[in-house]
Design a protein around this ligand. Sequence first.
Ligand SMILES: [Zn+2]
Length: 119
Amino acid sequence: MEDEFLIETIRNNCDIDEDGHWIWRGRQRYYGAPCMAFRRETRPVRQVLMTLMGQHFQPGIPLVAECGNALCVAPKCIRSKTNADLMTEARKKKSQEKGMFTRLIKPVGIWDQLIKGTV
Ligand SMILES: [Zn+2]
């Protein structure tokens, strides 16, 4: 009962957009992560929600919003960051640094042809 009330309180602290994202209007950590007081501690909102909903998550691994909005705490968007994510981010950053030129001269590879069914 208390848990449902708390989930409702969190919901009321968010602007829910038409796609069902919960955009947090409450407190944030200095790095912008939504946080709130929970059982006399300041805890990330996503962790609190997962706890209230009885979902398991690994402590120490940040819970992020899959939709990419740093302030979204919608349960449907919550997932934990994995090593693979960190690798992808690093790779993305690297390819952004290479810039447009590399992308423009990229030839159509055998894989593209296989996908399009021209081989
Ligand atoms: Zn979202």
